[in-house]
Ligand binder design. Structure first.
Ligand SMILES: Cc1cc2nc3c(=O)[nH]c(=O)nc-3n(C[C@H](O)[C@H](O)[C@H](O)COP(=O)(O)OP(=O)(O)OC[C@H]3O[C@@H](n4cnc5c(N)ncnc54)[C@H](O)[C@@H]3O)c2cc1C
Length: 602
């Protein structure tokens, strides 16, 4: 057994001799979870994960699947874990990456091990003439990580558009046809590999499991690849795009763009009037004015932070928060210049090359994630009410000299995870998906995803997010449904994300329970996951809190003795100074370090 950490914590006891174990640092996307050393092993084969699960069970340890660690929420690793914590990270991304495409099946399928990254998955599909309609924007996410949290992009049917066979307008999880997972086998009294079909009841919980399971291999249905055009606009004002329905404005709204093309994203920088509007449309033939692309990541200016932006950020980080509006304006200018300089206003190519646009070098910021289910008829109302609230909070904080939000607001819209999109009789609903349909509200046919970004550690950011989150739950209660985006920030109090007991214990379960059958509600999903892993070796203290065992609940359905204070996040220490590139630019990861130091001082 290797020990790369050089002393300190005792080695995991009785560790399987056939598998190397070592200490490794863990850092989540924003650096807000940063741990110097955690015991880690690399699974060479699926059987290794079984061996490790049985070792963990026998020795009282826990196992955490590790993908790319491009995540915010503490569903992977508790922030206060150390190499003294009896928890083993198991890296999937080195060896569990096999992929094969079956083009003869109807619909076609792709079978992949969960450590494969999404770019490799897309590439394999593209090679076989296949593609995805709705997928996350980065290519550097593991498939296992993306499925854990119902990874999604932005797509709903344009007016008159029919779903192409094999596709879904819902999340990646809704494409699952089967999974092979490591689960407890009562007959063997041991953990073992087992394959579940989408029609098996357990799949309701396994499609989106938040890290309460360990998936080894999955089969997704897929469909014909599409050529997409992506037009960027900076000329449409937020006031027009997010106008209240019936406001009399004749300019095109967000809902109008969505009706036309079905695939829209807005990125609104703070204190600016016009967002970066991206509109994708299915376009079989290359339009004359479009630039054809044959690789993803076609917005390099948003992946490597230019020197103008890093200079302003340095000043903000240095304590001059009042220049936040200048930061927003500069980001907008950089976007304009970047789109022009790289000829990227109008792109055309295969779906992967226009849908993947975030590289790991992009700015490493913190963000909240809220998912509002509503009917398409109410979509514009949902957006306009949010925009008014956003503006009024921005102004109220500014009037007090406070600038808690210094990153953009990103808005995307998806369809629901309709099990009928999965062309398998009896396909289960992904019970814990943020895009899960609401049986009592069949008219809610889309989900608006709101992300608001801010530098990690920005003063008053938690207070701002807590106020906004409370507004989400209160404002939409009468005509829409609010859920959280699992990978991002939620359950805020002034103390930070993931600390709001009411959200954790009441609001989140309610969003998967109200109007749902009792054998398919939040508790049913937790119970299923507990049956598959009765010893909770695939869990964390935070997940235990979010998804307590039924036996630990009181009559009100909550855990009485729970004390969230031990989950309050002990954010880690930042890394070294930012490195300038030869052209004076700074890559986003390094900016993140600067920001963390600022956050520490504040
Ligand atoms: C810059 C950025 C942009 C993003 N954009 C999008 C987006 O467009 N759409 C979107 O939906 N999401 C997006 N995300 C969120 C992302 O999809 C999730 O954070 C995802 O979980 C990260 O995958 P990962 O491989 O990094 O997983 P990790 O962070 O390593 O793990 C996340 C969770 O998944 C679990 N897990 C990983 N592999 C397995 C497995 N094989 N079996 C069981 N559990 C497993 C882990 O235990 C952990 O609980 C973005 C994230 C970042 C940082």
């Amino acid at each position: 057994m290797a020990d790369s950490g050089g002393g300190g914590c005792p080695e995991p006891p009785n560790f399987p001799a056939s598998i190397a174990v070592f200490k490794q640092a863990y850092r989540n996307w924003s650096g807000e979870i940063s741990i110097d050393a955690i015991w880690t092993a690399t699974a060479a084969t699926p059987q290794d994960v079984v061996t490790l699960a049985n070792w963990a069970h026998t020795n009282g340890w826990r196992i955490r699947a590790r993908g790319m660690a491009h995540n915010w929420s503490p569903i992977g690793v508790d922030p206060d874990a150390t190499c003294d914590t009896p928890m083993l990270l198991v890296d999937t991304t080195t060896n569990l990456t096999a992929v094969s495409v079956d083009t003869v099946a109807s619909p076609p399928t792709v079978t992949a091990q969960t450590g494969i990254d999404l770019l490799s998955l897309h590439t394999a599909l593209q090679g076989a003439g296949l593609g995805l309609t709705n997928c996350p924007a980065p290519g550097a996410l593991s498939l296992g990580g993306a499925l854990t949290v119902n990874g999604h992009g932005t797509s709903v049917p344009a007016v008159g558009e029919q779903l192409v066979q094999g596709h879904t307008f819902g999340s990646l999880s809704n494409l699952l046809r089967s999974v092979t997972a490591v689960v407890w086998d009562p007959e063997q009294q041991a953990y073992a590999l087992r394959t579940f079909q989408r029609s098996d009841p357990e799949m309701g919980a396994l499609c989106v499991h938040l890290g309460r399971a360990f998936l080894i291999e999955v089969t997704l249905q897929v469909g014909a690849n599409a050529r997409l055009r992506c037009n960027s606009y900076r000329s449409q004002s937020a006031a027009d795009l997010f106008a209240a329905p019936g406001s009399g404005s004749t300019a095109k709204t967000f809902a109008d763009f969505l009706d036309e093309s079905g695939r829209v994203e807005t990125i609104l920088y703070p204190f600016t009037d016009n967002p970066w509007l991206k509109v994708w449309s299915v376009t079989p033939d290359k339009p004359f004015w479009s630039r054809e692309v044959s690789e993803p990541y076609n917005y390099p200016f948003s992946d490597n932070i230019p020197v103008e932006v890093s200079n302003i950020l340095s000043q903000i980080v240095g304590g001059n928060a009042a220049i936040t509006p200048a930061f927003g304006a500069t980001m907008a200018l950089v976007t304009d210049a970047g789109l022009t300089g790289t000829l990227s206003w109008d792109l055309w190519g295969w779906s992967k090359d226009v849908q993947l646009y975030i590289k790991p070098t992009t700015l490493r910021v913190a963000e909240c994630g809220f998912a509002v289910s509503c009917s398409r008829a109410d979509l514009q109302r949902v957006l306009s009410e949010f925009h008014q609230q956003y503006l009024s909070m921005q102004q109220a904080y500014r009037d007090r000299g406070e600038y808690p939000m210094n990153g953009p607001v990103e808005i995307r819209v998806t369809g629901m995870d309709r099990p009928e999109d999965c062309l398998m009789p009896g396909a289960q609903v992904p019970l814990l998906s943020a895009a899960r349909p609401w049986p009592s509200r069949p008219d809610w046919d889309c989900v608006v995803f709101f992300n608001i970004l801010s530098v990690p550690g920005t003063p008053l950011a938690p207070t701002y997010y807590a106020e906004l989150e409370a507004w989400f739950y209160a404002n939409y209660a009468s005509y829409a449904g609010v859920r959280v985006e699992w990978s991002k920030g939620w359950a805020y109090t002034d103390a930070g994300a993931y600390t709001n007991d009411e959200t954790l214990q009441v609001r989140i379960p309610a969003a998967f329970t109200a109007g749902m059958p009792v054998d398919a509600d939040f508790r049913a999903a937790v119970d299923m996951l507990d049956r598959l892993d009765p010893f909770r070796i695939f869990s964390t203290r935070f997940l235990d809190r979010l998804m307590p065992r039924s036996a630990d609940l009181n009559a009100d359905g909550i855990v009485e003795s729970g004390d969230l204070s031990n989950l309050l996040l002990d954010w880690g220490s930042p890394a070294g100074p930012a490195d300038l590139n030869t052209d004076g630019s700074v890559n986003g990861g390094d900016i993140g370090d600067m920001m963390l130091r600022w956050g520490e001082r504040a």
